[in-house]
Design a protein around this ligand. Structure first.
Ligand code: COA
Length: 245
């Protein structure tokens, strides 16, 4: 069974990251499924919004660190690469429900979401530099835009975890919701989106998100640098240290 599941409910495609034994770490197969379910949803006239959540008490611990070691050749055909560009090109709104850790891509993918709800167990972290890597998903452009240069530098260079209250204060998430209501609340908001006139919803989203060209350009620059860092001895040492822990 795949570690990514989806279920369609009244115009909302609910996508669940389900690999709790590895804290929902994303491996290549999972990126491929995420991309596939998003692209299918994009072309399905019955789907008007997406909701992304993690199974259990974790959103996602980010890229599978063991995969960083095994699949360090990051070209345009790499499943993570394709997933990131699918997020960028999405035309239907994406809602996220974040409970527990949202590490690395678990936080950067939120920069491509439209509505984000989190509970008080949510912990965000951008540990790229700690792992001897660089940011991805356009975070080096989108995060300064969102939170300002100083805060973005703090989050991306120091790479320390921050909680949902801080995420709310910096405008990264929409609302802090009690844990037992999180998924239902995020779904209720997604269902509201799904009931809007679809063309107006998509056009409004497109206007809100602005010009994608500079984001794409920055993502390509990030990925070029990421590919170099991934091969470095300092990165391999960090991955091995994490896996030995
Ligand atoms: N890749 C691969 N395996 C991971 C993983 C990841 N990103 N995150 C967690 N795991 C694995 C652990 O190795 C461990 O596996 P094991 O049981 O076979 O030893 C299992 O998942 C549980 O993880 P653990 O660290 O014990 O859980 P925790 O609740 O104490 O901590 C996190 C959760 C998410 C805070 C912590 O696992 C973490 O920081 N993960 C790494 C995040 C990361 O660096 N991601 C890459 C960003 S670019």
């Amino acid at each position: 069974m795949s570690n990514i599941q989806f279920q369609d409910e009244q115009g909302v495609r609910i996508i669940t990251i389900n690999r709790p034994e590895k804290r929902n770490a994303l491996n290549l197969e999972m990126y491929t499924r995420l991309t596939e379910y998003l692209i299918q949803g994009e072309s399905d006239n019955g789907i008007n919004a997406f909701l992304l959540k993690g199974e259990g008490d974790c959103f996602t611990s980010g890229n599978d660190v063991a995969d960083f070691l095994k699949n360090s050749d990051l070209g345009p055909d790499h499943p993570a690469f394709k997933f990131l560009f699918t997020l960028l090109d999405l035309t239907k709104p994406l809602v996220a429900a974040v409970s527990g850790p949202a590490v690395g891509i678990g936080t950067t993918l939120l920069l491509h979401c439209d509505l984000i709800y989190a509970d008080n167990t949510a912990k965000f972290q951008l540990p790229f530099v700690n792992l001897a890597l660089v940011p991805e998903a356009g975070a080096s452009l989108l995060l300064p835009r969102l939170v300002g240069q100083a805060k973005a530098s703090e989050l991306l260079l120091l790479g320390e975890a921050f909680d949902a209250q801080s995420a709310l204060e910096m405008g990264l998430i929409n609302q802090l919701v009690p844990g037992d209501e999180l998924v239902n609340h995020a779904l209720a908001q997604s269902l509201k989106l799904a009931q809007k006139p679809p063309q107006a919803l998509r056009a409004s989203r497109r206007l809100l998100r602005g010009d994608r060209a500079p984001i794409r350009e920055q993502m390509l620059k990030e990925l070029e640098e990421f590919a170099v860092r991934l091969q470095s001895d300092e990165a391999k040492a960090q991955f091995n240290a994490f896996l030995r822990k």
